[in-house]
Design a protein around this ligand. Structure first.
Ligand SMILES: [Zn+2]
Length: 329
């Protein structure tokens, strides 16, 4: 009871507590402010925490930057790669010769036909060296044709262009290889393929040095297999029609049997021919016949004795021949 009595005056008589309450308020207010501000600080730090959480997604954007920098080089390569073919002028027939082209006779079509025999290392025997072009020089000649934007054509493309009676718009050249030597397969063929060029290979079907399987492989890879007759006899000296038929007519069908493609042209062995030879070739279905010569111009009405220029193992001489000059290296 006494406790209850004692407690009563405490509750009723506030007077003595006022200073304590005021004192507590004085102490509590700054504390309140401190706590409030602390909360603000906390909310700021939580804001900065959330902003650092927001900053985390910027890491992927940083990753994107990395991706962008890895993408950038491909983007810079593409624009330089795409315009490169566009400056190539396909109407270059009268442009960009290293030697001023010779005068062309009226009524002719200008397409150099070039003759090779061996693409191989120079032999010791001096007499046969004229028939050799080293693979190194041959490749330089091909690279030159590429750099000058020549269209290296098949015998069918040659025929079509000459028959049109007009010079081509783009420089054209036909590369021919006589005798079907092994190095035509081992050296000439891979280099032509490397440059995306075609070659016209004149083969003697009765003395194959390149196997039928290899000839088929060459044909299947864009090379032309045409005829150099059956056995390389002197056609001009041969007057027996049945022999000429066997040499010229049957050679065509035998080679077509190997490649499963049309044989378009014939190359006369030793470059000799006469009217009987020409008539036999025309009757057999050849579209033209090539010989040797000093000219790069051809008449559409005289397709069975076309001039081909012999090529030596020499780049400058090669350039001169493309301009129509018959000069020795
Ligand atoms: Zn020959």
């Amino acid at each position: 009871m006494g406790n209850v009595v004692e407690s009563k005056p405490v509750g009723n008589n506030i007077g003595p507590w006022v200073p304590l309450i005021v004192g507590l308020l004085i102490v509590a207010f700054p504390l309140f402010v401190y706590v409030y501000k602390g909360k603000e600080l906390l909310s700021i730090s939580s804001n900065s925490a959330s902003s650092s959480q927001l900053y985390v997604p910027t890491l992927p954007t940083y990753d994107n930057v990395i991706v962008a920098t890895t993408v950038a080089p491909t983007l810079t390569v593409l624009p330089t790669a795409t315009p490169t073919p566009s400056p190539v002028n396909n109407n270059n027939f009268s442009l960009d010769y290293d030697y001023k082209p010779t005068k062309q006779a009226k009524g002719t079509v200008r397409i150099p036909i070039l003759t090779y025999h061996h693409i191989a290392k120079m032999p010791k025997d001096k007499a046969s060296r004229a028939y050799y072009v080293t693979p190194e020089t041959f490749e330089k000649q091909l690279a030159y044709l590429k750099a000058k934007n020549y269209k290296v054509i098949t015998s069918q493309q040659f025929y079509n262009q000459v028959k049109s009676g007009k010079n081509p718009k783009q420089k054209m050249v036909m590369l021919t290889f006589d005798d079907g030597n092994k190095d035509s397969y081992t050296n000439a063929f891979p280099l032509l393929k490397k440059y995306g060029f075609t070659g016209v290979f004149y083969i003697n079907n009765k003395r194959l040095k390149i196997s039928a399987k290899q000839l088929k492989e060459m044909s299947d890879n864009g090379m032309v297999i045409d005829s150099h007759t059956a056995s390389h006899i002197d056609l001009k000296k041969e007057n027996n029609q049945s022999v000429l038929n066997s040499e010229i007519t049957s050679s065509k069908s035998v080679l077509e049997g190997i490649t499963n493609r049309k044989v378009v042209s014939v190359s006369y062995p030793g470059c000799t021919f006469d009217t009987q030879v020409v008539n036999t070739a025309a009757k057999a279905g050849y579209k033209f016949g090539v010989s040797c010569g000093k000219s790069i111009d051809h008449r559409p009405g005289a397709l069975f004795g076309l001039s081909r220029m012999h090529i030596y193992s020499d780049l400058e001489n090669f350039k001169k021949r493309l301009s129509g000059y018959w000069v020795m290296p």
